[in-house]
Design a protein. Structure first.
Length: 128
């Protein structure tokens, strides 16, 4: 049996994925977060690889009818994780640049663009 993307989107979502998607939805326009940071803020410390897996399973319509800005998640060194020059790399780079995030080569300056949620975001936007 061949599984299509539509079939995958009909399956119930993993609760850990939902936590991750909600956290990624909270990353503001023009900011980035690392896989590990998203894992920590999702209440899943040490699960950076799970974040990558969850972003690979984002439903077509996002979560709760809101898009999931997957492209705002990069590695802890500030690099886009897709192979340089690949179609997905170019797409992520363009989406970040559309939000005024400067990408030089394959790298974003984390000190300038990394999301640092304030207390209000931690208390009222994020769910653990």
């Amino acid at each position: 049996m061949v599984t299509t993307l539509q079939d995958v989107n009909k399956q119930p979502a993993n609760t850990q994925y939902i936590k991750i998607w909600k956290t990624v939805q909270a990353i503001p326009f023009g900011c980035v977060a690392s896989y590990g940071q998203v894992a920590d803020l999702s209440g899943l410390p040490g699960r950076a690889r799970l974040v990558g897996k969850a972003l690979g399973k984002v439903p077509i319509n996002g979560w709760n009818n809101q898009k999931i800005p997957w492209f705002r998640v990069i590695n802890s060194l500030g690099k886009i994780s897709f192979p340089t020059g690949s179609e997905l790399f170019m797409k992520q780079k363009k989406l970040l640049q559309d939000e005024q995030v400067v990408v030089i080569g394959n790298k974003v300056k984390m000190t300038e663009y990394q999301w640092s949620p304030d207390l209000g975001e931690l208390l009222f936007k994020l769910e653990f």
